[in-house]
Write a protein that binds this ligand. Sequence first.
Ligand SMILES: [Zn+2]
Length: 158
Amino acid sequence: MEIWTCPNCHREFFRPNQQHYCSHHTIEDLLAERPPELTLAFDALLLAVADWQPQTIGAGKAAIIFNNGKAWMVIRPIKAELDVAFFYGELLKSPVIKTARLDNMGKNKYIHHIRLRDETYVTDEVVRLLRKGFDYMLKPTPKKRKKTATTKKGKTKA
Ligand SMILES: [Zn+2]
């Protein structure tokens, strides 16, 4: 997949000349004023998902955005926690999900929030849920790409 880097802010996008807010914030800036545990939590999360492809990661004004053609995960430092938001086509139930609600922007999908205080919060369960969110947002591909046959039956037993 072709990746375009904005010459001004050096953020990466999947479409050339993608419209965006040119931000000079970095992930380090966003986490700098926060408890160091949040950086540990972020690093653990990054380690868990960084290999998932396609993916670009960028820092906006107040959030770190993980994009696989669409923004599939948005991370915001809120006080002493990292708020991790991701989307799915139905409500997922899990003890690690703090809140979930219908997100009516565009399609009917649900936005789920997980809160992390340090790296021990990045559990297998958290990674499993995020993977569902990643795969869900990957499905309706904006570009013409071959349909991969790797999609698992998406029945959730929670
Ligand atoms: Zn830019």
